[in-house]
Write a protein that binds this ligand. Structure first.
Ligand code: UDX
Length: 443
């Protein structure tokens, strides 16, 4: 197909690249000309493993191009994919401003029958709004379909090329063969439904995953009080195929650009039709508290954090991304600074973005995990980067002021910790103190 993908954020750029990879001719559109200039040189404005190689290959093959000219892109395409952002309004509701602007621009440029697919996460009923706005601008025939996106940052290309399922919401059943054919390159697990249900599937899926995370975080809080180990509990629970092992990692709670925004939008959407989504409200509340529990652990380990030197490992909201949107690390760092701690911050890729948001005389930006640990009274791990998993904990006793590790992601095994001679505090697991130490081997 000849396709235009509007919006070059995570969803738009990755979808465009993957549609090109599947053999379609794709032009990705963004009104930000600086971004387009970068993309035209096969440089990605987002950090996503592997994406530039895919971009370069498809650009060379003539299947992928970038432009800031929406009208030209729409005119040259049979299918237009809308993938612009839907940020939160102050009441939690999704802000549809960009969707409306794009719908208007698409309507104005229509020159023949086209399919308009909405990939942005939008409240139920938005596709009908898009249809109305386009119809106000043109007499040309067109269809609006909902094809929500389920990719995760950090594994976005693989998630898109090999998805668990694709959901297609359409009201005109005649489009089914075309759209199923287009997506069969990725998977046979294609679920065709009506537009409103497709819009709801996206919100319900994200809300359910967020619920799993808050559930296991609450279990972890109880585990701490009764002396159980949440990693073992989650492993045992996950063996039940009705539960499944994924999204049962206790930690500092979810962050990022989707779960926080989409859970609040669904609560608001329910409220708009007089339904109080009590369960999801609790999920959000639990998540808001969870990130601060790590501070209590630091205080438990150190007595108080005032004037303590704390090395922070990880700033992005999860591993393999430089995204710091709603990253728990930001709130944790800010709270520690307010309480008088001195922070040594390190992240493999998210440092520049965090420097733009966080500025304080008590912050030292470091070049490596070991530099952040040097002379620190405690190290606090906030992002589960492989680089941190690979750290030889046994070195910490030589560089830290006192070897205390507070692990917000439960990435270290008890044996590893025991060998390293450190005091270890994790989430929902028993603390390991000096008395639990094995004899430290010479390093
Ligand atoms: C999520 C959805 O997974 C994806 O389908 C949707 O399209 C966009 O939102 P993403 O935000 O990229 O993707 O990250 P994800 O890997 O889902 O993690 C979200 C947050 O939950 C992160 O902060 C992560 O650290 C946290 N998380 C995840 C946990 O705390 N525990 C877990 O077991 C899993």
């Amino acid at each position: 197909m000849e396709m235009a993908v509007i919006g070059t954020g995570y969803v738009g750029l990755v979808s465009g690249v993957c549609f090109a990879e599947a053999g379609n001719t794709v032009v990705c559109v963004d009104r930000d000309e600086t971004k387009i200039a970068l993309l035209q040189r096969a440089k990605s404005p987002i950090f996503e493993p592997g994406i530039e190689a895919y971009m370069a290959r498809n650009m060379e093959a003539g299947r992928l191009a970038f432009t800031s000219d929406v009208a030209a892109a729409v005119r040259g395409s049979d299918m237009i994919v809308i993938a612009v952002g839907t940020p939160s309004l102050s009441n939690g509701e999704a802000d549809l401003r960009f969707i409306r602007e794009v719908a208007e621009a698409v309507g104005q440029a229509m020159n023949g029958r086209k399919i308009v697919a909405v990939k942005s996460t939008v409240p139920v009923g938005t596709n009908e709004t898009v249809r109305r706005i386009i119809a106000e601008q043109t007499d040309e025939p067109f269809d609006v379909v909902s094809i929500p996106e389920f990719l995760r940052e950090g594994s976005a290309i693989q998630d898109t090329l090999h998805p668990d399922r694709i959901v297609i919401g359409l009201d005109n059943r005649e489009l089914e063969p075309t759209l199923v054919g287009l997506h069969r390159a990725f998977t046979d697990r294609i679920y065709v439904t009506d537009v409103r249900s497709a819009e709801m599937i996206k919100y319900a899926s994200n809300a359910f995953l967020a619920t799993k995370i808050s559930f296991i975080n609450e279990i972890s809080n109880i585990c701490e009080k009764v002396g159980a180990d949440v990693t073992q509990v989650a492993a045992g629970m996950g063996m039940d195929t009705r539960i499944g092992p994924s999204f049962l990692n206790a930690g500092i709670g979810y962050g990022g650009s989707c779960f926080p925004k989409d859970t609040k939008a669904l609560i608001q959407l329910a409220g708009n039709v007089d339904y109080e989504f009590k369960l999801l409200k609790s999920v959000v509340e639990v998540n808001a508290d969870q990130r601060y529990k790590i501070i209590a652990k630091l205080e438990q380990a150190l007595g108080h954090v005032q004037n303590a030197v704390i090395g922070i490992w990880g700033l992005s909201f999860k591993a393999n991304t430089d995204d710091i949107r709603d990253s728990p690390a930001f709130d944790i760092a800010q709270t520690l600074l307010r309480r008088g701690a001195r922070l040594k911050l390190y992240d493999p890729v998210a440092m520049e973005k965090m420097k733009e948001k966080l500025d304080h005389p008590f912050i030292q930006w470091c070049e490596s995990a070991m530099e952040a640990a040097a002379s620190a009274d405690a190290v606090c791990l906030l992002t589960d980067w492989q680089e941190f998993k690979d750290v030889d904990l046994r070195l910490l006793i030589y560089v830290m002021n006192q070897p205390i590790v507070v692990d917000g992601r439960n990435i270290f095994a008890a044996e590893q910790v025991a060998m390293a001679n450190v005091r270890y505090y994790a989430v929902g697991r028993p603390n390991l103190q000096a008395s639990d130490r094995a004899e430290a081997p010479a390093v």
